[in-house]
Design a protein around this ligand. Structure first.
Ligand SMILES: [Zn+2]
Length: 81
């Protein structure tokens, strides 16, 4: 009885480790895909880099802006004037 409980516990641990390993592989895979995507600095949504406007702030900080956020900023500027 104790042996079968230990066997089940061992199987659960093995399944858990396999699951963690599987997740790590999946995450690494999605990271490679994500390199083509960047987050908009305002709405934090992910877009393809081609659809984002890139601006450098200071020496190293790169900011991406999506089209809808730029249009929103443009509209806000229009309302002010
Ligand atoms: Zn945005």
């Amino acid at each position: 009885m104790i042996v079968s409980v230990l066997a089940i516990a061992f199987l659960v641990i093995v399944a858990f480790v396999a699951f963690i390993g599987y997740k790590a592989v999946i995450l690494r895979g999605s990271k490679a895909v994500d390199q083509r995507n960047e987050r908009c600095s305002i709405c934090r949504e992910q877009f393809d880099k081609n659809d984002l406007l890139l601006r450098q702030v200071g020496d190293y900080r790169l900011l991406y802006f999506c089209r809808s956020c730029i249009m929103q900023l443009y509209a806000d500027l229009g309302l002010k004037n």
